[in-house]
Design a protein around this ligand. Sequence first.
Ligand code: TYD
Length: 209
Amino acid sequence: MKGIFITFEGPEGSGKTSVIKAVETALKQRGIDVLVTREPGGVAISEQIRQLLLDVDKKEMDPRTEALLFAASRRQHVIEVINPALKEGKVVVCDRYVDSSLAYQGHGRGLGIDEVYRINHFAIDGTLPDLTLFIDVPPSIGLNRVFANGRNVDRLDLESMAFHEKVYEGYCILVKRFPERIRAIDGTKPLERVVERALEMIATRLDEE
Ligand code: TYD
């Protein structure tokens, strides 16, 4: 039996991580065999790549290098974690995946969504999400949340507001381009409401199996 692959996407401070935690609890309560993971998923090779990617001192990093490193990290995570779990029939929920690269590197950095999709196509080799939930929070609200709640600020958080606006625009393009796969949820609503919407959409997808 092949499992189901669900990804969560959103700009900085969209609250994805809290939503995913609540979704995981609810799915487990319903007896669903769920595996929650996040890029780089605790995989040693991917963790090392991530350290390089998020290091605030690596200001010289070229956008294509950045895109290739995210794709390389993703590849190892797919091979070691995602594909084996899907093979076991699990519902795999991943915090960020290929659409992050399309929005951040493709549109945010201006490399082009199609160009970045090509290298990711090579990296993921067919492991595309069955459903992607985009937690829609405008960047001004999201970044305020990040700086207010004092989480560690990484190299990408420190980018300009213009960059984050582009990333958000990138996500909006993706929602329009892949309407059958990507669903937007209003992330400015209270957490319980966002979780409820996410669970409804997941239930609909599971019922289709
Ligand atoms: P992450 O630690 O998951 O941050 P968040 O809590 O915002 O989800 O991701 C780190 C940063 O890396 C975040 O700014 C998004 C960015 N990123 C990309 O630019 N491209 C990618 O492919 C991925 C997975 C993340």
